[in-house]
Design a protein around this ligand. Structure first.
Ligand SMILES: NC(=O)c1ccc[n+]([C@@H]2O[C@H](COP(=O)([O-])OP(=O)(O)OC[C@H]3O[C@@H](n4cnc5c(N)ncnc54)[C@H](OP(=O)(O)O)[C@@H]3O)[C@@H](O)[C@H]2O)c1
Length: 278
């Protein structure tokens, strides 16, 4: 389902597209861009309240907000979304935010979950950007922000697929940025640390106690700082000094040691979760 204003075929205004815009970090990105008076294209799964959210943003900020509901697990849906945007809207910003995480023993993980995370964290942002790049290249200046994670700076057992999927985004962003040098399109990649965006993540952060609270940023802080750095054409965006120290340590400590420590921490967390599950 999508909303399209009547005159959109002749719409010459510029738009910012946010995926996963109905909640969490995606919603914070949408709010931040609305406050900057950017017209928005909001994308989410069906039935997540985008119609109401779009109305509210239109009324509050006096911008145009359109929405599109789709499931990124099917490649054809991404193609349809890309064509709809290219036929109707001039894009200046793409925020590839939709993505999922999680911890689980690989042997106990279902094939369905593996496919979901690979499609959502790797295939969807790549295919969407591939579809929309010709549109972005028509601007004198355009920006792309891919949302990775601090988890991508080391492999982690019992997470395995999540850090690897976000590492893909890091390399993809850096390679494409270089390829697009000399064009108006700037590619940035942000590496958020923990944010309380949903119950599962919030419970996990609480379990880390004071350390969890120290490295915590709100989705609003992450969205606001990331967007400002994206406009400054930063290649890699790491936010807050605890995350910067963490990243520095990742590059200085022996990778084998970091992998062992990180894996042990996640394994402990999973055991504790199992013990606490009734
Ligand atoms: N939370 C953290 O601590 C944390 C830390 C580092 C990085 N990140 C990254 O930040 C981004 C946003 O995370 P979040 O915590 O705000 O999200 P979340 O609450 O975990 O929700 C998952 C996100 O993926 C979208 N999504 C899920 N399944 C989808 C599907 N089949 N098709 C299309 N979209 C789908 C959702 O969008 P809709 O519901 O709007 O459709 C939502 O934006 C993700 O890329 C995540 O990996 C999060």
């Amino acid at each position: 389902m999508y909303f399209q204003p009547g005159e959109s075929m002749t719409n010459t205004s510029l738009y910012a597209l946010v995926t996963g815009a109905s909640k969490g970090l995606g919603k914070a990105f949408a709010l931040e861009l609305a406050a900057m008076k950017k017209n928005l294209i909001l994308v989410s799964l069906p039935g997540e309240g985008l119609e109401e959210q779009s109305k509210e943003l239109r009324a509050e900020y006096g911008i145009d907000v359109v929405f599109y509901e789709t499931d990124f697990l099917k490649n054809e849906n991404i193609e349809k979304l890309g064509s709809w945007i290219n036929e109707n809207y001039s894009l200046e910003i793409l925020i590839n935010n939709a993505g999922i995480g999680g911890s689980c023993s690989f042997t106990e993980t279902s094939a369905e979950y593996l496919e979901t995370i690979i499609r959502l964290n790797i295939a969807a942002p790549t295919l969407l950007l591939h579809q929309l790049l010709p549109n972005l290249l028509q601007r004198d200046k355009a920006w792309v922000l891919n949302v990775a994670s601090m988890a991508c700076f080391t492999p982690i057992g019992f997470k395995t697929i999540y850090p690897a999927s976000k590492r893909f985004l890091q390399h993809f962003s850096a390679g494409l940025r270089e390829e697009l040098r000399g064009t108006g399109v700037s590619i940035s990649c942000v590496y958020p640390g923990p944010m309380k965006t949903n119950n599962t993540v919030s419970t996990r952060i609480e379990r880390y106690g004071i350390w969890g609270r120290m490295i915590l940023l709100t989705p609003q802080e992450v969205a606001s700082k990331s967007i400002h750095k994206m406009f400054k054409n930063k290649k890699n965006i790491v936010l807050g000094w605890p995350n910067k120290i963490y990243r520095f340590m990742m590059t200085r400590f022996p990778p084998g040691l970091v992998l062992k420590v990180a894996t042990r921490a996640v394994k402990k967390e999973l055991i504790r979760e199992k013990e606490q599950t009734p």
